[in-house]
Ligand binder design. Structure first.
Ligand code: ZN
Length: 312
């Protein structure tokens, strides 16, 4: 059994004097050092249970190197079920590297960043609703991209490139954790699992197995890679994530399934008004795979309704 250490890192005080703190668990010691961050978005809970399961496994396994885990990086957001840091309503995955003397969300981001930058590989774990599990790789070239692709590719789930450049910039994804770590020469990427405010327990299994596969790749555990067959896997490389938006609000009926390949302009679903009159056929202008389904049956005007994997 590997040695385990739990630390509570105080960030700031609440008005009752108690601490807002991060829970850090370290298993093993030395290199390689694998960083795992869970739930910087407080309404994405599946990753926390993935870390619990890893801890259970590591109680009975030998581990080489160390696993550094932040067990819920947005504790107040988790408590309130919100994506944001609730006091300042800030998306903490858009303020990295943060700052030690900034407002609360920037301080939390800074603590996360300083811990993660000491690692050899970093995985930031999120959820993406009703989705296939997938890895997002930030736009970066050269040798570090090769290392990222090698690690990501070992995990047994779909690997996608990020949004096209304009949207990547507009959504300030360059200020999320992985690209800021890549600037520090740490291979880092995002793992998206099924679920949200409700933990998807099949997604937990998948996330757990994917991390074990990465640990096998890093030589941290003596076991064989495990196959992931709970969800479809897009084996082909070179796909990127792409939003399909609606124009109309209404109630959506999907016509496609997760992981399905759909030719361009084929209807992905239909949006109706309250009487049932068809307002819109939702289509993607590119052929590709269905990565995530609509989050709700009610679609907002000009909403993101499907996430696809497409090629240019
Ligand atoms: Zn997220």
């Amino acid at each position: 059994m590997a040695n385990m250490k739990v630390e509570y890192i105080p960030i700031a005080r609440r008005l009752d004097g108690s601490y807002i703190q991060l829970t850090k668990m370290t298993v093993g010691s030395g290199s390689p050092r694998l960083f795992l961050g869970a739930s910087i978005h407080g309404d994405e809970l599946t990753p926390i249970a993935v870390l619990w399961r890893l801890v259970e496994y590591l109680k009975v396994a030998e581990v080489r190197g160390s696993l550094i885990m932040l067990m819920g990086m947005n504790p107040e957001g988790i408590a309130f079920g919100t994506r944001y840091e609730p006091y300042f309503k800030v998306d903490m995955n858009r303020v990295y590297p943060g700052s030690g003397d900034g407002i609360l969300p920037r301080r939390i981001a800074n603590v996360v960043f300083e811990i993660a930058r000491e690692s050899d590989v970093a995985v930031d774990i999120h959820t993406s609703g009703d989705c296939i599990p997938y890895i997002l790789v930030d736009p970066v070239g050269g040798e570090i991209r090769e290392r990222i692709m090698e690690y990501a590719g070992s995990m047994g789930v779909t690997v996608l490139d990020e949004y096209e450049e304009e949207q990547y910039r507009a959504e300030r994804l360059g200020e999320s954790l992985p690209p800021k770590l890549i600037e520090e020469n740490v291979p880092a990427f995002t793992l998206e699992l099924p679920g949200g405010v409700n933990i998807d327990w099949t997604g937990v299994n998948v996330g757990y197995k994917a991390i074990i596969n990465l640990m096998v790749k890093l030589g941290m555990v003596d076991t064989s890679p495990v196959s992931i067959d709970e969800y479809p896997v897009i084996g082909e490389k070179g796909y990127r994530r792409h939003d399909v938006r609606s124009s109309s609000a209404g109630i959506i009926e999907p016509y496609v399934k997760l992981g399905e390949y759909v030719e361009k302009f084929t209807p992905l679903g239909v949006i109706r008004d309250l009487r049932g009159v068809i307002l819109e056929w939702v289509r993607c202008e590119k052929s590709g795979y269905v990565v995530a389904m609509p989050r709700r049956s009610v679609v907002y005007p000009a909403d993101r309704v499907f996430l696809m994997a497409v090629k240019d």
